[in-house]
Design a protein around this ligand. Structure first.
Ligand code: PLP
Length: 281
């Protein structure tokens, strides 16, 4: 395994070090990305890197190298790691300095990136996942992919404690997204998903799904929907870099679509797989 810290590659996690006063560690003061690699090729790298720089900008964190430079570092990391199919995790924290809430006057951001082997979740993709609903207790800038993930961690843990894969979040009965993915429902042949505002992370997978739907004449509308609409949906699916287009077959005690992935969900899975294939040429 290769661990990239700033400009240096380390041969394993044990040899790479983070300062105890790193602000990412103490405050969650930083941003991150998870990027998929299929057959050694970084999928949607431009979109992820753009979002990373946007997130950084929103928290006034300046990344000391260009987006092109970031792209080259990630490609070098994937090559050195010999990764076929898996994930790149990367984060940038504001850096290490004596602990004080306000930004220190001199501090250098710390960049960390590494890869993990991870095959596509074929079985879950064919069978679907079970979910729970829980209140969205996160802050009001969910559009920033920040290192502060406690709201997501607690919700996801609640799902796992109930033998479910994901937690669907709602604010006062309005469904926002899931703990680590976006959410879509199907009603009378139309797909609905929460608009990309401060309440959700605008997923790269979400954006690709919107694009694929439009290109293929599938009606998709960005508007908030209620828990009631969720429970009565014909189909429900979640999306993220790691779970792609994931059918939801159960929410709390309610079975969705006879407990099987729906037609439109399967159509989008197929279009998504084609998008992966065509990215490899
Ligand atoms: N929403 C949240 C809260 C997430 O953490 C993620 C990804 O981890 C997503 C949505 C999906 O984003 P993407 O498709 O870019 O992976």
């Amino acid at each position: 395994q290769q661990i990239l810290v700033n400009d240096t590659f380390y041969p394993n996690k044990e040899s790479a070090f983070i300062h105890v006063e790193d602000r990412g560690y103490q405050f969650g003061d930083g941003v991150y990305e998870v990027i998929r690699v299929y057959n050694g090729r970084v999928f949607k790298s431009f979109e992820h890197i753009q979002r990373l720089y946007r997130s950084a900008n929103e928290i006034s964190l300046s990344i000391p190298f260009s987006q092109n430079d970031m792209m080259s570092r990630l490609e070098e990391l994937v090559n050195r790691s010999g990764l076929g199919t898996g994930n790149i995790y990367l984060q940038i924290s504001r850096g290490a300095a004596p602990r004080t809430h306000a930004f220190p006057s001199t501090v250098e951001s710390v960049f960390v990136a590494y890869c993990n082997v991870k095959e596509r979740p074929e079985e879950m993709l064919s069978n679907g996942i079970k979910t729970i609903t829980t209140e969205d207790i996160r802050w009001l800038r969910c559009d920033i992919k920040s290192l502060n993930l406690l709201g997501a961690v607690l919700a996801n843990q609640q799902a796992h404690a109930s033998d479910c894969y994901e937690a669907i979040l709602h604010r006062d009965g309005i469904v926002t997204e899931c703990s680590a993915s976006n959410l879509f429902i199907v009603k009378e042949g139309t797909i609905f998903t929460h608009p990309a505002n401060f309440f959700i992370l605008n997923g790269i997978t979400r954006q690709l799904i919107l694009e694929l739907a439009v290109k293929n004449g599938i009606k998709i509308i960005e508007r908030p929907f209620t828990l009631e609409e969720l429970f009565n949906a014909e189909e429900v699916f979640a999306s993220s870099t790691t779970i792609e287009v994931m059918p939801v077959i159960q929410i709390d005690n309610t079975i969705i679509g006879k407990g099987k992935p729906g037609q439109l969900t399967k159509k989008l899975q197929e279009l998504f797989s084609q998008a992966i294939s065509s990215s490899l040429y």
